[in-house]
Design a protein around this ligand. Structure first.
Ligand SMILES: Nc1ncnc2c1ncn2[C@@H]1O[C@H](COP(=O)(O)OP(=O)(O)O)[C@@H](O)[C@H]1O
Ligand SMILES: [Mg+2]
Length: 167
């Protein structure tokens, strides 16, 4: 209640323990509304972080967001093996997909040109955002994905309060 007043309103709210299909449907919806919001005002941008262990569904959700945002080549949306940053052309401009799993320090992050990415990407989707904590603008949407005990086909999606934003 008022704890995270600056977080964007999520409409619809994340589904409760979605299966893959429900997660993807929600992600498409989210991608479409983020792209619409970015397109609606000049200079606007949107940042989404996705935390959670390996297999939690981060890349699955990134791909769904990209689909909703109109990225035509969804096969390109993968967990990058070498590339830490990938760019996918979209109507809203390049969607940037960062996977910071292998980035060990804020120094390494800066060397990647992180400031530039944050300043220019109209839509930025970040897996393993922990190393970049403190660099995200207010209004960043932080999502946490997790496995559900005893149900391999479902995941939980939560919006943790107060993570990673610049003071
Ligand atoms: N409800 C679900 N939501 C998302 N992924 C699911 C779900 N159930 C099973 N899966 C599977 O879990 C895996 C998630 O992989 P991925 O999206 O690459 O995760 P991460 O990027 O977090 O490592 C995929 O193989 C996907 O098919
Ligand atoms: Mg991944």
């Amino acid at each position: 209640m008022g704890a995270d007043r600056r977080a964007p309103r999520l409409d619809p709210a994340p589904p409760h323990w979605p299966d893959r299909q429900a997660l993807v449907a929600w992600g498409r919806h989210l991608g479409a509304s983020l792209a619409a919001a970015v397109a609606a005002s000049a200079g606007a941008s949107a940042v989404v972080t996705l935390s959670g262990e390996v297999g939690a569904g981060k890349t699955t959700l990134v791909r769904a967001i990209c689909e909703g945002a109109g990225v035509p080549d969804l096969d390109a949306v993968t967990s990058p093996t070498f590339a830490i940053l990938q760019e996918y052309p979209a109507p809203v401009g390049p969607v940037v997909h960062a996977d910071l799993y292998r980035v060990r320090s804020p120094h390494e992050l800066a060397a990647l040109g992180w400031d530039e990415v944050m300043a220019t990407a109209p839509l930025l989707l970040v897996e393993w955002p922990e190393v970049a904590a403190g660099t995200f603008p207010s209004g960043t949407l932080h999502l946490r994905l997790a496995h559900v005990p005893d149900d391999p086909d479902r995941r939980s999606v939560t919006v943790p309060a107060g993570v990673g934003e610049a003071a």
